[in-house]
Design a protein around this ligand. Structure first.
Ligand code: DX5
Ligand code: ZN
Length: 221
């Protein structure tokens, strides 16, 4: 029996011309959360969308809005994303010198706080902020684009983060190159939440989204 792993499809791979309907389709097809990849063209070499888009899609689903801020510096934007309707706000450990302060600021806004680690960043950088965290997002690609391949070295990092967490109520989320072919390895290592963009949206219709999500769930271990 597969353990309860959550699916948080990334809207980076959605049709941006119909984003609200795409979010509703993900919701109706069984997504647990909605993953919003915010890119600033500075921390990552791509630009996606800002708080106004989060506010625009918010009414299309009641499910958790899981907002991944690939933004640096990030502190000045936390309140806008909180007001726009984010439920979880995740910042990058590499986005600036004051990670502890950013995580406190997110919780002071009444939101759940997450930290994301780029593939090259060791998990040791979050050793002293564990008690500020509700979620750890392990990047399994170099952030900026959907459709990349999973970096297999991250499986070991997921297992080490799992060990580091111990009994703390922190979820491990994995983002980048997740498919039905590697979801078993990734969840066996300790992931609680899977982000998938291209693997969910391939086929281009809500029915495909549902079938693709079921295939990923079926691979969970
Ligand atoms: C950073 C983004 C992507 C996206 C997942 O680049 O965070 O990782 O969510 O895209 P796929 O599932 O297509 O790799
Ligand atoms: Zn993401």
């Amino acid at each position: 029996m597969a353990r309860n792993v959550l699916l948080s499809p990334s809207i980076l791979s959605a049709d941006f011309a119909r984003l609200g309907e795409e979010v509703r389709a993900l919701d109706e097809q069984g997504a647990d959360w909605i993953h919003a990849d915010v890119m600033d063209g500075h921390f990552v070499p791509n630009i996606s969308f800002g708080p106004a888009v989060i506010a625009a899609i918010r009414p299309y689903t009641k499910k958790v809005m899981d907002v991944h801020l690939m933004v640096a510096p990030v502190d000045a934007y936390l309140e806008a994303f909180a007001k726009a309707g984010s439920d979880i706000i995740t910042v990058h450990a590499e986005a600036g010198p004051h990670l502890d302060r950013s995580l406190q600021a997110i919780r002071n806004l009444g939101k759940k706080a997450g930290v994301s680690l780029n593939p090259g960043t060791p998990e040791s950088v979050i050793e002293y902020v564990l008690d500020r965290l509700d979620l750890i997002l392990v990047m399994s690609v170099n952030p900026g684009f959907g459709g990349q391949s999973y970096i297999h070295a991250m499986t070991e990092k997921i297992a080490r983060v799992k060990k580091m967490i111990g009994a703390r109520p922190i979820l491990i989320e994995v983002d980048g190159g997740v498919t039905a072919d590697n979801a078993g390895e990734i969840t066996a290592a300790g992931a609680d939440v899977l982000v998938a963009g291209s693997a969910v949206f391939k086929g281009g219709t809500p029915e495909h989204y549902g079938k693709n999500m079921q295939a990923i769930r079926a691979a969970v271990r």
